[in-house]
Ligand binder design. Structure first.
Ligand SMILES: NC(=O)c1ccc[n+]([C@@H]2O[C@H](COP(=O)([O-])OP(=O)(O)OC[C@H]3O[C@@H](n4cnc5c(N)ncnc54)[C@H](O)[C@@H]3O)[C@@H](O)[C@H]2O)c1
Ligand SMILES: [Zn+2]
Ligand SMILES: [Zn+2]
Length: 420
């Protein structure tokens, strides 16, 4: 529904002409490529397939072609799988978190060298517009010609790989995103922090919130995710951890126990100082939002946002990093106003702003992304893995996808699981 609405909006307002790159190439059939490569492609709502697709070409002076040596699956990929993200077309190549060895570069590329290893950011950024100059790469003004998004949001955002028809690995997205969520919302020493969604983003938000000095971490999610984060959080911080299983609680206005009442109980009656949204707007709990989304009356549920707003203490902060795509109903703006709640959209994370700092933290041994990696799989199995990740089967948290170009597994990496 959302994608249909976006197509209509795009038709009404027309395609922008100030994009400097031709990022809507997500299929290279017309470029004369005769060699093929393996890729995961979107074939429609809830359907992905492994396919042989034409190899990419250098189309512009600044292009780089990377032989992918590692990739991952992300909660954002589920929004694409479910068709909730606008502007995806049948046959689009999926995947936005990847690293590899440079194969070829365009004539305008100066710093990137063939044969060397690089990590790509999940957003495509020009490097010299108003936002890129401040390293706010996710808001690049020149890499997304989609005017539907501009019309709906009131401002342009960058083109994303495997997104919106434009088409150290974890710097690509998950680490930068969770770091941005914690930094942008602000977690201060001794803060009590509730994290909605205990997927890889929520888990790493927990790690970064502890590094800022959080005194309590409350994960709101259900199984198997709650047990996974509990088992993988640094041992010295386990006493700060509380788990809230939202499936075991009521929701909405009720006298029974809810996520909100549990948060109050766990934080001295007032509620946590901070709540971080690491789930997504597409996950409705009750039938009302489910129905409204199914009929196109709204695109996103406000249930999690309301739980965060009502749950935090007066003047508390709520950061939204989980993906929301449009409009929502039944939003508790009264609680927000009366209790002085700061609701902060964290944006798609500006990866360029953080990745040098995060790489240094990994190199110095201060940050370890491996506790969130539960599985190592082969590219050939990626379609099957998508459905398993969606169903959270086998305790899947974060998946590392290897290709025929991958180096041998690093120490601490999970053993290879195959599915054929
Ligand atoms: N802003 C950004 O730059 C950015 C970047 C990457 C990912 N994301 C988004 O962040 C979100 C989390 O990513 P992930 O990879 O950890 O995803 P994920 O799908 O692995 O995890 C989401 C978790 O939310 C939980 N959840 C669903 N409904 C809930 C509810 N009502 N209350 C509490 N928890 C609930 C699910 O059980 C799941 O464990 C996704 O929406 C993803 O698209 C945003
Ligand atoms: Zn991602
Ligand atoms: Zn830019």
């Amino acid at each position: 529904m959302a994608s249909q609405a976006a197509y209509v909006a795009e038709k009404a307002v027309g395609h922008g002409d100030n994009a400097v790159t031709q990022q809507d190439v997500s299929n290279y059939e017309q470029t004369g490529a005769d060699q093929t490569m393996k890729a995961l492609v979107w074939m429609g709502k809830n359907k992905v397939e492994m396919a042989d697709v034409p190899r990419p070409q250098i189309l512009e002076d600044g292009d780089v072609i990377l032989k992918v040596t590692g990739s991952t699956v992300c909660g954002s990929d589920l929004h694409l799988l479910h068709g909730t993200v606008i502007e995806l077309a049948k046959g689009d190549v999926l995947g936005h978190e990847f690293c590899g060895v440079v194969d070829r570069v365009g004539p305008g590329v100066r710093r990137v060298q063939p044969g060397r290893r690089y990590v790509a950011s999940f957003q495509i950024a020009c490097g010299d517009c108003f936002f890129c100059k401040q390293k706010l790469s996710s808001q690049c003004e020149k890499t997304n010609s989609n005017s539907a998004a501009k019309a709906m949001y009131g401002g342009r955002t960058a083109g994303m790989f495997g997104y919106s028809h434009f088409t150290a690995l974890y710097l690509s997205d998950v680490l930068s995103t969770s770091y941005n969520c914690v930094k942008d919302t602000a977690v201060y020493p001794k803060d009590q922090v509730a994290i909605f969604g205990a997927g890889p983003i929520g888990q790493m938000c927990g790690v970064f919130a502890l590094a800022e000095g959080a005194s309590k971490l409350i994960f709101v999610d259900t199984e198997p995710r709650l047990s996974y984060v509990a088992a993988h959080l640094p041992a010295e911080h386990r006493d700060k951890l509380e788990l809230v299983d939202y499936k075991k609680l009521s929701h909405g206005v009720t006298a029974r126990e809810t996520v909100v009442s549990r948060l109050k109980e766990l934080c001295g009656g007032r509620g946590p100082d901070v709540a971080l949204e690491c789930a997504a707007g597409e996950y409705a709990k009750g039938w009302l939002h489910w129905l409204e989304m199914a009929t196109g009356v709204e695109t996103d549920t406000s249930e999690i946002l309301n739980e965060m707003i009502e749950g935090v203490r007066n003047y508390g902060r709520c950061g939204v990093t989980g993906v929301y795509v449009g409009y929502t109903n039944h939003f508790n703006v009264g609680s927000l106003m009366q209790r002085g709640i700061r609701l902060i959209g964290n944006g798609q994370a500006p990866v360029h702003k953080y990745w040098d700092e995060l790489l240094r933290m990994i190199q110095e041994g201060k940050l370890d992304p491996l506790p969130m990696v539960s599985h190592r799989v082969r590219l050939e199995d990626l379609d099957k893995v998508y459905y398993k990740f969606e169903a959270r089967e086998e305790g899947m948290q974060k998946v590392y996808v290897e290709t025929k170009f991958s180096a041998p597994a690093a120490p601490g990496c999970p053993a290879l699981t195959t599915y054929s």
